[in-house]
Design a protein around this ligand. Structure first.
Ligand SMILES: [Zn+2]
Length: 162
């Protein structure tokens, strides 16, 4: 997924009950955090590997992190916030599985599982992804986020009155 991780976090937060502490930051940070590996991908490894092979894109890594963090979050009283964060991470990995591939079976296998293989139809890989039908999923996420944002603005304005 190229562009829709941040709006997917917004959609997640807007679909959950409002009483969760730090709901929006947890959802937004979790929704984009796995792509922090792009820094290493571009500036250290010089794009030598598919960035979905870095540990922040491996579900097993997050399973281990969650198994430590969730009990700690429960003890600190932040369990619901931690669940939102890990749900956003999981959502990121699922969305990346549409056309990018995720190592769902790691550490048993290093195979990148993808719902659809996007062929290198155009000269640049970004063009191949944007002009592939799977990009409609990204547009759908963006559309949902914009719709929810507009609805919230309208309800805020109507609460404030003229
Ligand atoms: Zn990603």
């Amino acid at each position: 997924m190229l562009t829709a991780h941040l709006p997917s976090g917004y959609v997640l937060a807007r679909c959950l009950p409002k009483g969760i502490p730090a709901l929006m930051p947890a959802a937004l940070i979790g929704a984009i955090l796995p792509d922090i590996d792009m820094i290493w991908f571009h500036f250290v490894d010089d794009r030598a590997f598919h960035h979905h092979r870095y540990w922040v894109h491996v579900p097993f890594f997050w399973l281990v992190v969650a198994s430590v963090a969730l009990p700690l979050a429960w003890w600190l009283g932040w369990l619901r916030t931690a669940f939102v964060f890990f749900a956003a991470i999981l959502m990121h990995l699922i969305l990346d599985s549409i056309g990018g591939g995720i190592m769902w079976a790691a550490p048993v296998s290093d195979h990148l599982f993808a719902l659809v293989t996007v062929p290198p139809t155009y000269g640049h890989w970004v063009a191949s992804f944007i002009l592939h039908w799977t990009f409609l999923a990204e547009l759908g996420v963006w559309g949902a986020a914009i719709l929810l944002w507009v609805r919230r603005r309208q309800s805020t304005v109507s609460l404030e009155g003229p």
